[in-house]
Design a protein around this ligand. Structure first.
Ligand code: IPM
Ligand code: MN
Length: 353
């Protein structure tokens, strides 16, 4: 079986970490016996600075025809913040309808967490973030802009369809054999009484009708960040909206060991999906072979899982655990080895089992 994979290394250290991810993909494919074809896309700061182009519509059609997209990082000191994020990342999410943002939060053995007295048995949950609506929908506007009476309105858009498809994905995820069957809705029903009323009703209706075997919990967003620090072991699968998901997953990344290890997927369950390490392009580390590629390798693992290569995904996870056991630290420049050595360690472990 052959997969078509689009590769977008992007900016800064993106290409370096993507190269290590692809090394591991090679090893996983050889062992599992599947084939794939890679197509490289040069979207990012350099192309933008050269041509003014971020992600052209013609490329979107091409990307949509791939089974998955593997993204490195975007962002460059010479490009005003927001241009590439909106022009590439958010555009891909919206145009390809990648309506799920999946963020596994797992503390691997040997990885240091700032949460004292918590270990791998305590920190192992998944955040399912709605990825195309809410405050990210881009509706709103200015009134009397630039005057002392200026008004800025930024609206949170929540459609029944958008909320429902996200909840169903999360319920299904909570029912996977590797999860323990609890889904927590993270919202703000006490204050944001329109949006979260819709989410709350849909959560309970869908749960009662189609997922009676999944245990339902609820937490306000302000409380959940408190519990992430105090009792992360309470959580298994969490579902939330776009903005809350953005915020809580950065906190979650820190308790799983930081940006060196955190990975995410932007998924259309009926179409393509884009996987990326959570860390940025880290321009100051570019080209030095010091950046940690484990987040990119971890996003490659998510890609394999998404493509249905479940066993290969588990091999990659074992390879990551192996690499962590040999590294001094997960921080860039303090790993005790170089970017490519970390990739080699994981790839060799995947190849040899
Ligand atoms: C993320 C990022 C993006 C977001 C930015 C880069 C637009 O923070 O994937 O979480 O806000 O969604
Ligand atoms: Mn974010």
């Amino acid at each position: 079986m052959g997969y078509d994979i689009a590769v977008m290394p992007g900016d800064g250290t993106g290409a370096e970490v993507v190269a290590e991810g692809l090394k591991v993909l090679r090893a996983a494919a050889d062992r599992a016996g599947f084939t794939y074809e890679l197509t490289n896309y040069d979207f990012g700061a350099e192309r933008y600075l050269r041509t003014g182009e971020t992600l052209p519509d013609s490329a979107l059609d091409e990307l949509a025809r791939h089974d998955s997209i593997f993204l490195g990082a975007i962002g460059h000191p010479d490009v005003k913040p927001g241009i590439l994020e909106q022009g590439i990342l958010l555009k891909a999410r919206f145009a390809l309808d990648l309506y799920i943002n999946l963020r596994p939060v797992k503390l691997f053995p040997g990885v240091e967490t700032p949460i004292r007295d918590k270990g791998p048995a305590d920190i192992d949950f998944v955040v399912v973030r709605e990825n195309t609506e809410g405050l990210y929908a881009g509706t709103g506007g200015f009134l009397k802009k630039g005057t002392p009476d200026e008004i800025a309105v930024q609206e949170s858009v929540n459609t029944r369809k958008g909320v429902e498809r996200c909840l169903r994905y999360a319920f299904d995820y909570a029912g996977r054999p590797d999860r323990d069957g609890t889904l927590t809705l993270c919202g703000k029903t006490n204050v944001l009484t329109y949006a979260w009323d819709l989410w709350w009703r849909a959560f309970n209706e869908i749960g009662d009708a189609d997922y009676p075997h999944i245990k339902r919990e609820y937490s306000h967003v302000d409380a959940i960040v408190m519990w992430f620090v105090k009792n992360p072991e309470w959580f298994d699968v969490i579902v939330t909206d776009n903005m809350f998901g953005d915020i809580i997953t950065d906190l979650a990344a820190m308790i799983q060991g930081g940006l060196g290890i955190a990975a995410g997927g932007n998924i259309n369950p009926e179409g393509t999906a884009m996987f990326e390490p959570m860390g940025g392009s880290a321009p100051k580390y570019a080209g030095q072979n010091v950046i940690n590629p484990l987040a990119a390798i971890s996003s490659l693992q998510m890609m394999l899982d998404h493509l249905g290569q479940k066993e290969a995904a588990l091999w990659v996870e074992a390879g990551i655990v192996h690499a962590v056991s040999k590294m001094d630290s997960l921080a860039a420049g303090r790993m005790g080895m170089g970017t490519s050595e970390v990739g080699d360690l994981v790839a060799r472990h995947v190849a040899e089992g």
